[in-house]
Design a protein around this ligand. Structure first.
Ligand code: FES
Length: 141
């Protein structure tokens, strides 16, 4: 009988063999910021060049600090691990700081993912930037 533990172990092995470093694998397995926020200040969406879709939920307070974030993703392991790393980098930061986070910051956090998956990092970052910019645009009206 295959237990959940066995499944996770074999998933870890597959990802590691594919070129995912330990932190990236942990982000993918834990998926701790997947889902939606009931009280989101902003919901934005972006479609990647691969056709995968990311939706971001941002909760922003009166001081323009991003208090919480969730992602909904139809995408690969690279997309999921990158998006989860984006949340750890951006949560608690100001809108301005969030806009300075780039692909390199996320890659450093993941330590390594396969080169073919670098566009997935881009999608996670661009989706977050879009969320911040659309939130600002909405507030300006
Ligand atoms: Fe589409 Fe990774 S292949 S997000």
């Amino acid at each position: 009988m295959t237990t959940e533990m066995d499944t996770i172990t074999s998933q870890r092995k597959m990802l590691s063999e594919a070129g995912y470093a330990e932190p990236a694998i942990n982000y993918f397995i834990d998926k701790k910021y997947m889902g939606h926020l009931q009280d989101a200040s902003q919901i934005s969406e972006k479609i990647g060049s691969c056709g995968d879709i990311m939706k971001i939920y941002l909760k922003v307070n009166d001081q323009d600090i991003i208090e919480d974030i969730r992602y909904e993703i139809t995408g690969c392991a690279g997309a999921i691990s990158a998006a989860m790393a984006v949340v750890d980098l951006v949560k608690g930061q100001s809108l301005d700081q969030a806009l300075t986070i780039n692909d390199g910051d996320v890659f450093k956090r993941l330590e390594n993912i396969p080169e073919k998956k670098h566009h997935c990092i881009q999608l996670a970052v661009k989706t977050m930037h879009r969320g911040v910019l659309e939130y600002r645009a909405g507030r300006a009206h």
